[in-house]
Design a binder for this molecule. Structure first.
Ligand SMILES: [Zn+2]
Length: 334
């Protein structure tokens, strides 16, 4: 107990370790990049939250059936999603000051009736300055509304990887997660609270076996090799316990851990810290995947920065995964 404390009786202040505790004050203002979100579908206030918490750049991904009103989905519906994002991107930058770029892709979560029409149009979009990535895309074990056989899915993924190679763009891979099991299901017709998806329209799986989520990733990697796309141009988003070891040991791809909806897929900053401990920060990123159809948190990446530090990750490694790796791969924040 030090005599310098005028408190009536001893408080915690009298019991503090004499060693000076260093806090990572640089992390308070460390800029960060979110390489996978759907921020153009969020509210203005949510995008402001990105800015308030230090987001420097983001890749807004315009692919995926969630935002098309029609079922089944046609090429034109996806084309509309691309055009909507192209249309609004500059206004988003002007409003919030962070750099907002685009990822455009053909996702395989639902079968698209005439995908070739999209693939044909895609080359011209790839030439746009604001398009910094292709995706998200990747073989999906089961579809919504209308199933898509695995060979056709893989062909659509590979065609996009060939385009990425032609245009020197990275691909954001959607790797499927094994969702956590609470041990109890909801009433029929309730769906998953927090996820605006009509689960009654889920189709029978097209990929079977013990581990379809990992099999899907292996098919993506096969497509990457057949397309001649460099591993370092592929960012496997939604990295998790199920696919980390395979991706780290069998490929040179980047792994991006999605931490904006941990309640759904179970991935948290602790998983990112474990991966950094085991493999180093060189091939790791973190993304939020924030979207209006999901309960997601625009502050998730900023929170993860502090969590990584608390879990023992050093500041240089944190900077590498939230800023430097994305900057280099996507050409952002230069
Ligand atoms: Zn996404």
């Amino acid at each position: 107990m030090t005599s310098s404390h005028p408190t009536k009786r001893p408080t915690d202040a009298a019991h503090l370790d004499e060693r000076r505790t260093e806090f990572p004050t640089d992390l308070l203002n460390l800029p960060w990049i979110d390489v996978h979100n759907h921020a153009h579908t969020l509210s203005w206030e949510d995008r402001e939250r990105y800015a308030l918490s230090g987001c420097r750049s983001m890749v807004m991904v315009a692919s995926g059936y969630h935002w098309t009103p029609y079922k089944p989905v046609r090429a034109d519906d996806i084309r509309y999603l691309w055009d909507d994002a192209v249309n609004r991107r500059a206004a988003i930058e002007r409003n919030h000051f962070f750099e907002a770029k685009l990822g455009l892709g053909v996702h395989t979560g639902v079968r698209i009736e005439n995908p070739d029409e999209l693939l044909d149009a895609m080359a011209d979009y790839c030439a746009l300055d604001e398009v910094v990535a292709i995706g998200e895309t990747g073989v999906t074990p089961s579809q919504h509304v209308s199933s898509w056989d695995v060979d056709h899915q893989q062909a659509v993924v590979q065609a996009q990887m060939e385009l990425a190679d032609d245009h020197d763009l990275p691909v954001i891979l959607h790797t499927p997660n094994q969702s956590g099991d609470s041990g109890r299901s909801y009433r029929p017709g309730m769906g998953i609270p927090g996820y605006e998806k009509n689960t009654t329209l889920g189709q029978e799986p097209v990929l079977e076996g013990d581990n379809p989520a990992l099999e899907a990733v292996k098919l993506d990697i096969e497509a990457m090799r057949d397309a001649g796309l460099d591993d370092r141009q592929v960012v496997a988003s939604h990295a998790d316990e199920n696919n980390t070891e395979y991706l780290m040991s069998e490929t040179d791809c980047y792994l991006s851990y999605t931490i904006g909806h941990s309640w759904l897929i179970g991935v948290t900053a602790a998983d990112v810290a474990d991966a950094i401990d085991e493999y180093g920060p060189e091939r790791i990123m973190v993304d939020t995947d924030c979207a209006n159809v999901l309960r997601t948190d625009p502050f998730a990446l900023k929170r993860a920065i502090f969590e990584l530090y608390r879990y023992g990750i050093d500041e240089d490694a944190i900077r590498k995964v939230v800023l430097e790796n994305p900057r280099e791969v996507f050409g952002l924040a230069e």
